[in-house]
Design a protein. Sequence first.
Lengths: 339, 339
Amino acid sequence: MLTNRQLQILQVIVDDFVTSAQPVGSRQISKREGITYSPATIRNEMADLEELGFLEKTHTSSGRVPSEKGYRFYVDHLLQPHMIRDEEISQIQSVFNHRIGEMEGLIRESANILSELTTYTAVLLGPDVQQHKVRKFQIVPLTEQTAVAIVVTDNGHVENRVLTLPQGFSPSDIEKMVNILNDRLIGVPLHELHIKLEAEVLSILKQHIAAAETIVQSLVDVSISQKEGKIYYGGKTNMLNQPEFHDLNKIRMLMDLMDKESQLQSLFQPNQVGIQIRIGSENNNLAMENCSVITTAFSTGDEQHGAIAIIGPTRMDYRRVVTLLEMMRSGLSNALTKH
Amino acid sequence: MLTNRQLQILQVIVDDFVTSAQPVGSRQISKREGITYSPATIRNEMADLEELGFLEKTHTSSGRVPSEKGYRFYVDHLLQPHMIRDEEISQIQSVFNHRIGEMEGLIRESANILSELTTYTAVLLGPDVQQHKVRKFQIVPLTEQTAVAIVVTDNGHVENRVLTLPQGFSPSDIEKMVNILNDRLIGVPLHELHIKLEAEVLSILKQHIAAAETIVQSLVDVSISQKEGKIYYGGKTNMLNQPEFHDLNKIRMLMDLMDKESQLQSLFQPNQVGIQIRIGSENNNLAMENCSVITTAFSTGDEQHGAIAIIGPTRMDYRRVVTLLEMMRSGLSNALTKH
DNA sequence: TATTAGCACTCCATCGAAACGAGTGCTAAC
DNA sequence: GTTAGCACTCGTTTCGATGGAGTGCTAATA
């Protein structure tokens, strides 16, 4: 167990390093208000903290830097609430006052504000479309051979896809088909759609329409190809300002990561409650070695939810980010549920 | 007018510099096959070419580097066709064999292949949605107060938006409204939609439905907020490999540019035919000082068109890119028009 | 026993000088 | 008109010297 003094010193080191990005020396610590012991004492404590794995040195005669374990301890036990300036609070509020019911714009805007206030990168994951339930099918003919299939969900989401019609597929066939689809599939969540289509609906359709098979196949394709949730960014390039990312290789890996939606999905664990913090290697991703990710989920009503993530260097201002994130989470949840 | 020898030297310098990224010296040139004069002669010619503004030095005793004017002359007069390897050709072809009629996937894939083959950044601009014509309106109710409005265009594009319904708006009102919209607006191009809505349709609707005004306003919003054309990327981070972008500031400016869709639109001049090359400052954009952009338009039938742009350093392999771009342009135009 | 002053030591960062190499411009010879 | 030769310039690399920040250890102190 750490002594009070060790706790205090660890806290000061993290706080200092977060703002300065420079290794913290004993003299520097001794000058901080609230510190009553001499540099020599602090050096002894630091040596102990290093032995315990909370601190590291960049080289033999450098000051100390928090280790991952040090950050972990800090966020678990030493995180104190952070004062957010009034203007910043009202900046966040302004997003929600704007327009209501326009989810996409709201989320997009939130990502921008968050990245601006944190100076890190904000990633917002829209609600998982796969959970939405079918409200209505529609097939609109375009030419002799093509039509566009439309699925509207109960949340107002619209999926669509151009279909190639089989030879001799008549308008009345389309009508029949749409009726059957709407009869059988309303209320089915999108992620079950392809199963229902193949297992139940296909055989029924076949009885009425000759060439139903190819079209059903296309519909199955659509429902499989849907992404989990849409991703929105704010401050994608903010990482370039962080001194630890003056290395082209790291930047490249990070940028590539952010362009790969599939990889990004793994950042989120939307089933958890509250705020999660993953530090450095806890992300299990080489590109994120020097990054921490702070995530939380927000609710959009109807058991739907989205998630917010802030990606910053491990030397991130955890206090501030956690506070901002919590404000944004509750604000978003409110704005999106009440309408 | 330049002598043949000067032309030859300019060509060699550009070709060499494009591949090596190093200033080209007289000795190096003299060793190239086809060059029969001594380094001293070449030095004299280079001094003349520099005086004429085609070459530059990075410092007093360095080799020569093409100036913007030099590149301009090169692409205008010295560009020779480039051999593309068979495997690369079939790599391009494979995109078009894949699936037909699925425009979005096709364009996305093309962007990736192009960026891979060029090692630069590919930007594809999808066809301008504003030109599409309305095929069908649809309003699907969600709750008492909300519904989703859907516009299908003759190209199979679907726009949609959640509407807040006025108090006491009944299902039969919706039906009436949809009928009038479909009566009056089919065939109208999207970019004229808001005008028609306000000028013609609004007054008719008002006669039949009390609270038509707010809904029409929402529809107007939708048709105004549509973007010009969707933008697809390939190889966004490829620029990081170019030695001229080892500068964080430049990278930042470029990345920011690419995240701003609005700015990117200005890269394209889709009304022009053939291939356009803009070199360095010709782009009128600080972030693109050291970049060249090669663009061309592809047709998607029905007077619709999209555009391709390759963004690379001014020290770009113009020969290769121009050839690849032309192949991709014709391939895309074919694939998208014939179906 | 806990704390602190003092001191030797380590390592990084910065600077300037020297050596080197690539390339030029100019002159004079071919 | 072309080229060999040479002095010169400038960037790059290397090396050692210097200074500063910070440590660990020891011995003195409260």
